[in-house]
Every structure is written in structure tokens, then in C-alpha cells.
Design a protein around this ligand. Structure first.
Ligand code: NAD
Length: 304
């Protein structure tokens, strides 16, 4: 019996596309939408309900934060999106306030709930939700560089003339401008990239830059990004619901540095089961350390 209930805070572009992706993935029994904009939220629920006859989800409805707090999975994608040219970190003041108010509005939360944070700046807000809710940190997950990793795989797949799924490559660190491509562990069909198709330093830089800039390009062209992230969130929910123990990069708490950033993790029904140790080159270690420093500075500045 599949009875998972999923609550989504934020019925904007990301929240509603995520609801639609979840419906098409056929893994949520009920979906709740919560938004401070009642009119918009009601309209989105009505529109999404028109798709119910074509999927397994039985109900989608507008809920209060307290109802949402009883869900199995709670997704937070409420808050300001980036404007063209704006860095994710520029959203921090506004979206910290939104996120704290959502956490406060939940009241008594399902102690087994898994919380997925999507709102930017992602790593700082994942840490904020962990601090506010008091659930085990393994149950509070940020989407992190999962999306950036798909973008990297896409750029590499195109360059090499293979499918996305045949490229094993990771972007780790901040979901933001200091993100790091882990070049030393890229492989294609199980063969190290260096053996199958060695790329020059310039080619690698171009691909890393394209990956970093994808969101900026989409936002400049159409104002927002939502399809890719919605598919990522649906995939994360599937991994949780089916206890897949899939290894994917997600934003999680780093004990040594006291911040959240993306590392490959094992994701299952109870959330993050393990952080997979990374075999990084010296350059990659330096790049990851820069991400850590940036996120520690943000943490200190905003008193988290
Ligand atoms: P949007 O403006 O379309 O929607 C945001 C919604 O949040 C609005 O409907 C607004 O009314 C609602 N909201 C604001 N405060 C709220 C509160 N306290 N409770 C409930 N709802 C509230 O924005 P969007 O394009 O959907 O983006 C949402 C967030 O997701 C942004 O911060 C954006 O940067 C982020 N995002 C993250 C990723 C990622 O990879 N992690 C990708 C894309 C977007």
C-alpha cells in the first residue's frame, strides 16, 4: 500500500512543477500545497487537480502549515527566486525570514518526517531548517548540487556523444558560484574520463563554467528555473519512498565545519544514511575548502 503524503511549501513555479512531477511519478498518495498567497494556491490546486484522473495520486489540496507538519515528506520551496544576474546568496536575508517563519508555523512536526529544502541560498537554508526544527539532521536534506550534477553530466554527455546516464560525474560543495566539479573521478561507462577522452584544462574550465552558469542563462531567458529542479525533487522522493539507497549529491551537515554543503550520500527511507567519502585531488580539495569557507562566513554573518 503506497500511502505517502507530501506537503509542499510554496505554490510558485518550483512548488507547482514539483507537485506535477510527483503526480506523474505516481509515488505520492496525497499532495498538500501551502502558500501565503491563498488565491494563487487555490488556483494552482484547481489546475493540478485536472491532472488527477491521469495519475495515481488520489488528492491534491491546499493545507495549513499544521496539516503539512503531519506529512511524510515536507518540501520547502517558498521564497524569493533569483532575478536575472542575481547570485543565490543575495536572497539570504529575505529567504531566511521566510524559512524561519515556515519552521515556526509547523507546530508539532511528524518526528519521522523527511524535509527537503529547495529554496536558495540552499546550503544556508538547509542549515537553518536543521537548527529550527530539531529533527535529526539526517532527516533534513537540501537538493544541493544534485541539479548541477545533472547539468554537468548533460554537458559532458553532449561533448562525448553518449547518454547522460552513461556519464558518472559529480558537482560537490556549494549549490552556488563556488561549486566544484570533481574531475578526477569522472568516468564514462566505468572507464576513467582521462583514459577514454582526455579533455584539456581549457575544455574542463569551459564545461565547469557552463554548468555554473546554466541557471543564470535560464533565468535571463525565461525568468525562472523549475523543470530540472522539480524532476530532481521527484527523484529524491522516489529514493526515499522506495528506500532505494541511491548515491546522489545532496546538501547535508558537515560535522567538522559546522555547515551544510553537498557531498555524495546514501539516501533511503530514513533520509541520509551515510556520507560517501570523496577521493578528491589536491585542486579539488582546495576548491571544496573554498566552498566551506564561503558557507562558514555566511553562517557567521547571519548568526546561524
Ligand atoms: P516563486 O516566486 O514562483 O514562488 C515562491 C512562492 O513562495 C510564492 O508563491 C510565494 O507566495 C510563496 N511564499 C512566500 N513566503 C511564503 C511562506 N511563508 N509560506 C508559504 N509560501 C510562501 O519562486 P520559485 O521560482 O518557485 O522559486 C522558489 C525558490 O526555489 C527560490 O528561492 C529559488 O531560488 C529556489 N530554487 C531552487 C533551486 C535549487 O536547485 N535548489 C532551483 C530553482 C529554484
Amino acid at each position: 500500500m503506497l500511502t505517502t503524503t507530501i506537503a509542499i511549501f510554496g505554490a510558485g513555479a518550483v512548488g507547482t512543477t514539483t507537485a506535477y512531477a510527483l503526480m506523474l511519478a505516481n509515488n505520492a498518495a496525497k499532495i498538500m500545497l501551502v502558500d501565503v498567497n491563498d488565491v494563487r494556491c487555490t488556483g494552482e490546486v484547481q489546475d493540478l487537480s485536472d491532472a488527477l484522473p491521469f495519475c495515481k495520486t488520489s488528492e491534491i489540496y491546499r493545507a495549513t502549515p499544521q496539516e503539512a507538519a503531519r506529512a511524510d515528506i515536507i518540501i520547502i520551496c517558498a521564497g524569493m527566486p533569483q532575478k536575472p544576474g542575481q547570485a543565490r546568496t543575495e536572497l539570504v536575508t529575505t529567504n531566511l525570514a521566510v524559512t524561519k517563519s515556515i519552521c515556526a508555523s509547523l507546530g508539532k512536526i511528524n518526528p519521522n518526517a523527511l524535509v527537503i529544502v529547495v529554496t536558495n541560498p540552499l546550503d544556508t537554508l538547509t542549515l537553518c531548517v536543521q537548527e529550527c526544527l530539531g529533527l535529526p539532521r539526517s532527516q533534513i536534506i537540501g537538493t544541493g548540487t544534485f541539479l548541477d550534477t545533472q547539468r554537468l553530466r548533460g554537458h559532458l554527455a553532449k561533448k562525448l556523444g553518449v547518454a547522460y546516464e552513461s556519464v558518472d560525474a559529480y558537482v560537490l560543495g556549494e549549490h552556488g558560484d563556488s561549486q566544484c566539479v570533481m574531475w578526477s573521478s569522472v568516468d564514462v561507462g566505468g572507464v576513467p574520463l582521462e583514459k577514454i577522452a582526455p579533455l584539456s584544462a581549457q575544455e574542463k574550465n569551459e564545461i565547469a563554467e557552463k554548468t555554473r552558469k546554466t541557471a543564470y542563462e535560464i533565468i535571463a531567458a525565461k525568468g525562472a528555473t523549475f523543470f530540472g529542479i522539480a524532476a530532481c525533487v521527484a527523484e529524491i522522493c522516489t529514493a526515499i519512498i522506495f528506500d532505494k539507497k541511491v548515491v546522489i549529491p545532496l546538501s547535508c551537515y558537515q560535522q567538522e565545519s559546522g555547515i551544510c554543503l553537498s557531498m555524495p550520500v546514501v539516501l533511503g527511507a530514513r533520509g541520509i544514511e551515510k556520507i560517501v567519502p570523496v577521493d578528491a585531488s589536491q585542486d579539488e580539495q582546495k576548491a571544496l575548502a573554498a566552498s566551506v569557507q564561503k558557507l562558514q562566513a555566511l553562517k557567521a554573518e547571519y548568526g546561524l
